[in-house]
Design a protein around this ligand. Structure first.
Ligand code: PGA
Length: 254
């Protein structure tokens, strides 16, 4: 795995035609660029995973496929509507986003579900991008580190009991997602250091920690300068080729 990662999270956006237009333009630009030690990840809705990966194969365009979620049920079976980690691996995913705050909040995913999803991802040799972060209320109450450490406990307990190859954490303050507001550089630096140290103490190793929440071309250059920020998880700004490539370039330039 590269030292830096920029992952697009398209969420529930785009139709087939828009996927094609994006991927066509994106691959034309990417073909001419050579990024050292930087992985670009595209996470479309499940339905378009195979469509997106087909562009890599046809255009020899250098990106990785990510899923936005995975079932907490392992293997295969009678789980109507669910998608298994093995199926994600089968269609070419390398990464899977787990525990995104939208799923925690809108779909009531709790820590035990998040843990089961991390287990399932690791079993299929997918790299989980585990999202952690506090709400605005929790930050006001000074509870950021407490909340993040409870969420990281899931990562640590699974990694200890099941083993792991690779793991990525994304710090995404809930109040910064889709709002256009970001924490200050000092606030991000503090939480990233906290996450890095907690994981290193518990697992004896460094893990990449991405920042997510209103990353855009206007702020990506300064955000990537922050110590212990190893890349980004990008929502809204990953829907346009131009803004996503601008963000990728600012990380590549660091
Ligand atoms: P945003 O979303 O970039 O639109 O704030 C980030 C995310 O939800 O991962």
């Amino acid at each position: 795995m590269a030292d830096r990662i920029v992952a697009a999270n398209w969420k529930m956006n785009k139709l087939k035609r828009e996927v094609d237009i994006f991927m066509d333009q994106f691959c034309k630009i990417l073909r001419d660029l050579n990024y050292d030690n930087l992985e670009i990840v595209i996470s479309p809705p499940y339905l378009y995973l195979e469509r997106v990966i087909s562009y890599r194969d046809i255009n020899s365009c250098n990106f990785y496929l990510g899923a936005q979620d995975v079932s907490s049920f392992r293997g295969f079976g009678a789980y109507t509507g669910e998608i298994s980690s093995k199926q994600l691996k089968d269609v070419g995913c390398k990464y899977v986003i787990v525990g995104h705050s939208e799923r925690r909040q809108l779909l009531n995913e709790d820590e035990s579900t998040v843990r089961a999803k991390i287990v399932s991802a690791l079993e299929a040799e997918l790299v989980p991008i585990v999202c952690v972060g506090e709400t605005g209320e929790e930050r006001k109450n000074g509870e950021t580190e407490k909340v993040v450490s409870v969420q990281l406990d899931s990562v640590i307990s699974v990694a200890k009991s099941n083993g792991y190859n690779s793991l990525v954490v994304a710090y995404e303050p809930v109040w910064a997602i889709g709002t256009g507001v970001t924490p200050t550089c000092e606030e991000i630096e503090k939480v990233h250091l906290f996450i890095k140290e907690l994981l290193k103490d518990a697992l004896g190793k460094e893990f990449p920690v991405l920042y997510g929440g209103s990353v855009k071309p206007e702020n990506s250059g300064s955000l990537i300068e922050i110590a212990n920020v190893d890349g980004f998880l990008v929502g809204g700004a990953s829907l346009s080729v131009k803004s996503f490539i601008d963000i990728v370039n600012s990380v590549a330039r660091r």
